[in-house]
Design a protein around this ligand. Structure first.
Ligand code: BTN
Length: 267
């Protein structure tokens, strides 16, 4: 199996000014790009790897990253703002990734709040955004946008631990899916997202709400000391999930404070 083909990616990039670097193997494109971010790499630096030996997911989880089949991509941006102005960042990346998949393959995934791309009840991909702050000002120095998307896997290619919950572009399409094309569409969509990030968050959040399959569903909220049940009824202006409890009480839940699980299967 070949590694992502830089020339093929470039051919699909059009006039996009971002700089894509392709690696055969890294520990984690996010970890590597955070280091480059600290060293002053410019906004628009993008790392893509054929495989990761230490791929990371949210909440300290491992993100299995075998070669030849998945897209493992991290992009560096440098928004000039306070970290509190980026509460919607992961939502913005999720909408951009729905656009990218749709542009590459003609189907649009849904978003499982906050950061999973899903098709049917199965996970197509995930997003891990990480911020670096300027220690003097407390403002954002850089953000690393890390995305993993299952592209060329057949069902049997997934590790047994995730097989029942995972899908790929190839499985959705029923034919091989062009990984280089997907990478290029991801880069273009992220570049466009970055340009609108601080100017039109509300328009983006409207699109997020339209793509979010969690809304209207029963969810369970797992905190360290309790599990409660509620209905997901909205997404607020910071990307928090608004849930309604059986007694009518409403609460905004941020992604860091509770793990939200669908009550029926993966979603
Ligand atoms: C999740 O599903 O919890 C998030 C998964 C994010 C995986 C991507 S793959 C590229 C980048 N490098 C990493 O180590 N993680 C992200």
């Amino acid at each position: 199996m070949s590694i992502p083909d830089w020339k093929a990616i470039e051919a699909h990039l059009g006039g996009c000014p971002w700089q894509v670097q392709v690696f055969e193997e890294v520990t984690s494109t996010n970890t590597l790009l955070k280091e480059l971010g600290r060293q002053g790499a410019p906004a628009g630096t993008v790392l893509v790897a054929d495989r990761q030996t230490g791929g990371r997911g949210r909440l300290g989880r491992t993100f299995l990253s075998p070669g030849g089949v998945g897209v493992y991509l991290s992009a560096l941006i440098r928004p000039d703002c306070a970290p509190t102005e980026l509460m919607h960042l992961t939502c913005a990346v999720a909408v951009a990734m729905c656009d990218a998949v749709e542009n590459a393959f003609g189907f649009r995934p849904g978003i499982k709040w906050t950061n999973d791309l899903v098709v049917g009840k199965k996970k197509l991909g995930g997003i891990l955004t990480e911020l670096g702050l300027d220690p003097k000002t407390g403002r954002v120095s850089y953000a690393v946008l890390g995305i993993g998307i299952n592209c060329g896997q057949c069902e049997a290619d997934f590790d047994e631990s995730i097989r029942a919950m995972a899908t790929s572009a190839r499985m959705v399409l029923g034919r091989p899916a062009d990984r280089d094309r997907l990478i290029a569409e991801m880069v273009k969509a992220l570049e466009k997202m970055d340009r609108a990030l601080l100017t039109s968050p509300e328009a983006m959040l409207e699109r997020y709400r339209a793509d979010c399959i969690t809304l209207g569903r029963e969810v369970s909220l797992h905190r360290t000391d309790s599990v409660t049940h509620a209905t997901a009824v909205g997404i607020d202006e910071e990307g928090a999930l608004i849930v309604e409890y059986p007694d009518g009480r409403r609460e905004a839940v941020s992604s860091g404070e509770a793990s939200v699980r669908g009550m029926y299967g993966y979603v």
